[in-house]
Design a protein around this ligand. Structure first.
Ligand code: SF4
Length: 62
């Protein structure tokens, strides 16, 4: 499982990066990117980022 950011939905607010900078990175193009597949230790933070994303742009995918 890894999180995926839908760039059709992302508005570049940076919330996900603030919550879990080990996994999400906001780039100059204004979109968040997943920079590494999170291990168990970041699972809760990724879940929080999913909940806090204002547009629901982040989902878990197999
Ligand atoms: Fe994009 Fe959501 Fe991350 Fe904001 S929290 S940068 S909208 S993916």
């Amino acid at each position: 499982m890894r999180p995926v950011v839908d760039h059709e939905e992302c508005i570049g607010c940076g919330q996900c990066e603030q919550i879990c900078p080990e996994v999400f990175e906001l780039r100059e193009d204004g979109f968040a990117y997943v920079i590494k597949a999170p291990g168990e230790e970041f699972r809760a933070q990724v879940d929080e980022a999913i909940e806090e994303c204002p547009t629901g742009a982040i989902t878990w995918e197999e």
